[in-house]
Design a binder for this molecule. Structure first.
Ligand SMILES: C[S@@+](CC[C@H](N)C(=O)[O-])C[C@H]1O[C@@H](n2cnc3c(N)ncnc32)[C@H](O)[C@@H]1O
Length: 307
C-alpha cells in the first residue's frame, strides 16, 4: 500500500520495511514509467527546463527510494533536497544511497565534513547533488522553502496526509510554479488469487484503518488519488496518471506477502476488535496458502505540470 499504512499499523516505517518493499516499488514504477503518455510528459518536463539543473524536493524520503527510482529517469543535472521527520531513516539514508551507487556503478562522493547531510552522485546520464534534512512536514509545510524547486515529489506518502494538508501543498506548489510527481499512491484495488471468502471484509476494515490520523489530520487513505487529481485540475495542472501496481507472488516473494497479510490483519483487528477471531482465521488461511497465492495491490503514479 503505499504500505505506508500497512506497516504503520505494526512497526512504523522501519528501514527494513522500506528495503523489503523497494524492489516491488521499483518493478511497479517501471511499468508505469514505460507508458508512452508518462514518458512523453516527463520528457516535456525535462525539455521545459532545457539545460538548467532540475531542483527536486522529495517529501517523506525515508531512505531515499524515490531518488533511486527517479534520478536515472530524469537525467541531466539535478539538485535533490530530501526531507523526512524520522532521524533513524535519515541516518540510514547515506549508506542506502552509497550501496545503490555501488550496485549501479554510479560515482558516490561524500565529503567527510558534510557526509551526514549530503553527497554527490554521478550515474549514467545524470549528475545529482543531494542533501537531506529532518523536517516534520505535518507542522512545517507552510514554511517549506520551495525556491529553486522544479519538481516536488513523494513516493508512498499521499494516503497518509489529510485533505487540508494536500490542498495547501498543491497551492504552494502552484505558487512556486513547480511540477509534481506523486508515486505509488494506493487506489483501493486489491485482489488475491486464489480468492478467500473473507478478503473483502478484511480489505474493507483495512481501508477504513487507512483513514486514521497518521500525524497530518484525518488521512485521505484510498481517497488520495481522486482528491489530489481534483486539486491539481482546480489549480490548473495537466496530469498524467499511470498504474504502478504491486504484484506479489507468494512462491517467490513469501516474506513480502507475509508482511502484507500480517499488516492487514493487525490493522483490521485494530479497526474492528469484535471481528478478531474471524480476522485471525483469515490470517491463518492466507499464511498457510502463501506459496500458492498472488496479491495485487493497486497504486497510481501521477505526474502534473502547470499548464
Ligand atoms: C511509506 S514511507 C515512504 C518512504 C519513502 N518515500 C519510500 O518510498 O520508501 C512514509 C514516509 O513518511 C515519513 N513521514 C511520516 N510522517 C511524516 C512527517 N510528519 N514529516 C515528514 N515525514 C513523515 C516517514 O518517516 C516515512 O519515511
Amino acid at each position: 500500500m503505499s504500505q505506508s499504512t500497512t506497516h504503520a499499523a505494526l512497526a512504523g516505517f522501519s528501514a527494513e520495511w522500506l528495503s523489503l518493499r523497494e524492489p516491488f516499488d521499483l518493478a511497479a514504477r517501471a511499468v508505469g514509467a514505460a507508458q508512452p503518455e508518462m514518458e512523453a510528459h516527463l520528457t516535456s518536463l525535462r525539455a521545459a527546463v532545457a539545460s538548467e539543473a532540475i531542483g527536486v524536493l522529495d517529501l517523506a524520503c525515508g531512505t531515499g527510494a524515490n531518488l533511486r527510482a527517479l534520478a536515472p529517469r530524469l537525467g541531466g543535472v539535478q539538485h535533490w533536497r530530501l526531507v523526512d521527520h524520522d532521524p533513524a531513516l535519515l541516518a540510514a539514508l547515506p549508506a542506502a544511497l552509497a550501496r545503490w551507487s555501488q550496485q549501479q556503478s554510479n560515482r558516490y562522493v561524500a565529503d567527510a565534513a558534510a557526509a551526514a547531510s549530503g553527497c554527490r552522485i554521478d550515474g549514467a546520464g545524470f549528475s545529482a547533488t543531494v542533501s537531506w534534512e529532518r523536517l516534520d512536514l505535518s507542522r512545517e509545510l507552510a514554511s517549506l522553502d520551495l525556491s529553486h524547486t522544479t519538481l516536488i515529489t513523494a513516493s508512498a506518502l499521499l494516503d497518509l496526509v489529510s485533505a487540508a494538508w494536500l490542498q495547501c501543498l498543491v497551492e504552494r506548489a502552484r505558487g512556486a510554479g513547480a511540477a509534481m510527481l506523486w508515486a505509488l499512491t494506493v487506489d483501493g484495488r486489491m485482489s488475491w488469487e486464489p480468492a478467500d471468502a473473507d478478503d473483502a471484509a478484511v480489505h474493507a476494515l483495512f481501508g477504513r484503518h487507512q483513514q486514521r490520523d497518521k500525524g497530518f489530520g484525518p488521512a485521505l487513505g484510498l481517497q488520495a488519488p481522486a482528491f489530489v487529481l481534483a486539486q491539481l485540475e482546480r489549480a490548473g495542472y495537466l496530469s498524467t496518471v499511470v498504474r504502478s501496481d504491486w504484484s506479489i507472488a507468494g512462491g517467490q516473494d513469501a516474506s513480502m506477502q507475509r508482511a502484507m497479510v500480517d499488516g492487514m490483519a493487525a490493522a483490521a483487528r485494530e479497526q474492528e476488535p469484535s471481528m478478531r477471531a474471524r480476522i485471525r482465521a483469515w490470517q491463518a488461511r492466507r499464511t498457510a496458502g502463501i506459496e500458492r497465492s498472488r496479491l495485487l495491490v493497486g497504486h497510481l503514479d501521477i505526474l502534473a505540470t502547470p499548464r
